[in-house]
Design a protein around this ligand. Structure first.
Ligand code: NAD
Ligand code: MG
Length: 384
């Protein structure tokens, strides 16, 4: 049976991995909506290849270019934030939320409100809107499937087990490209060095997050909302090989882990086929070739991000949204050459110290907290 699918953030790294799997299973999927930020040419190319119904650019100024590139195809072209939300709300059996940053929140919420399956890569959206998003999922009878590799691993390890039997959920972290760097060396890290991840090929923002460990911090908060076992049962371990994608330890002492190659097509395929399984072109896991799997404690002195994220999750309310927004601003400034690598976490801590909004109770209030936190982050950055 054919299912319809929308990919929000189709031109990104997760978008490409998703469409690669769809390309190999063309008779199983009908592509509804594909979206991008501003790359109209690439988006149009994908929309034509997959005979999408509609293509949307978030940047309204790119609409003429998109129209031009789609002329004669019969594919609808649109642009701007309202069009993005409308396209997400058209409803598809399956929506992949793969926009980067809080910019993906409103379209992801629009898809959730239509029900269906939402495969979530866009962790910043869940971190910012935690309770509001999980409540909307329940209210609208949607299914939220994590495709972040750690959360997909945990989801798989929890199948058939009641959460009250969980002793620990352990998120693995590669430690990023600067895992073994001294503080002094970290303070001189360049954007080019930060986006060269040893194991994964990802977009620029998450690559920097991986280098600062904010990625793991955001993932801790993501896990807190997806798997309500209590924050004190969530922990992080550094595992440089990125083969064990996360683990669940049960009260009887059994630990279940999910292993696989460092290829996002594995967790994405697990969501696309869930509760069945599908073939992927990914290299089989050759543990004899890999030889060793090693583990160590995270170092929160050099990488304070996980401590900041845990504190934000503990505080709850609008604080995770503040942490996320401040990090987005700081990462953009670092990529732009404006601040040192070690200022990213320091800056997030400064913003968190300056602003404690009341807990948001709606999507609009979350977006207001996000906007206010960004404004404060920019002001504090200029003052520093
Ligand atoms: P990317 O930068 O490669 O792609 C981002 C996509 O979002 C692109 O299609 C881009 O056009 C679109 N986009 C960017 N800004 C936008 C805006 N303001 N409005 C609308 N669309 C916008 O990023 P990615 O690496 O594919 O990551 C996407 C999400 O998935 C992130 O939240 C990331 O944390 C998460 N994730 C990625 C990976 C990975 O391996 N790449 C793994 C786990 C989770
Ligand atoms: Mg991850």
């Amino acid at each position: 049976m054919m299912r319809s699918i929308s990919v929000l953030g189709a031109t990104g790294s997760i978008g490409a991995s998703t469409l690669d799997l769809i390309r190999r299973n063309r008779d199983a999927w009908r592509v509804e909506t594909l979206t991008a930020n501003g790359n109209a040419v690439e988006l149009a190319k994908l929309a034509r290849e997959f005979s999408a119904s509609v293509a949307v650019v978030a940047d309204e100024a790119k609409v003429p270019e998109l129209r031009e590139a789609l002329s004669g195809s019969g594919i609808e072209a649109a642009g701007g934030a309202p069009a993005l939300e409308e396209a997400a709300a058209r409803g598809a059996d399956f929506t992949v939320a793969a926009i980067v940053g809080c910019a993906g929140l409103a379209p992801t919420m629009a898809a959730i409100e239509r029900g269906g399956v939402i495969a979530l890569a866009n962790k910043e959206a869940l971190v910012s809107a935690g309770e509001i998003m999980t409540a909307a999922v329940a209210r609208h009878g949607a299914t939220l499937l994590p495709i972040d590799s750690e959360h997909n691993a945990i989801f798989q390890c929890l199948q058939g087990n009641a959460v009250e039997h969980v002793r620990w959920i352990t998120l693995t972290a590669s430690g990023g490209p600067f895992r073994d760097w001294s503080w002094e060396r970290l303070s001189r890290a360049t954007p080019a060095e930060a986006i060269k991840h040893p194991n994964w090929d990802m977009g620029a923002k998450i690559s920097v997050d991986s280098a600062t460990m904010f990625n793991k911090g955001l993932e801790l908060i993501e896990a807190h909302y997806l798997f309500p076992v209590g924050l004190d049962r969530l922990r992080i371990i550094v595992h440089p090989q990125s083969i064990v994608h996360s683990m669940v330890e049960y009260r009887d002492g059994s630990t279940l882990a999910q292993l696989g190659p460092s290829d996002m097509r594995v967790p994405i395929a697990s969501a696309l086929a869930w509760p069945e399984r599908m073939d992927t072109p990914c290299a089989p896991l050759d543990l004899a070739e890999i030889g060793e799997l090693t583990f160590r404690k995270p170092d929160e002195q050099r990488f304070p991000a996980t401590r900041l994220a845990r504190e934000a999750a503990q505080a709850g309310g609008g604080i995770p949204a503040v942490l996320n927004a401040a990090n987005e601003v700081a990462v953009a400034a670092f990529l732009d050459g404006q601040i040192a690598f070690t200022r990213i976490a320091a800056h997030v801590e400064d913003v968190l110290g300056s602003f404690a909004p009341p807990a948001p109770t709606s999507l609009a209030e979350v977006l207001a907290v996000d906007g206010e936190a960004r404004a404060r982050a920019r002001i504090l950055m200029e003052a520093a």
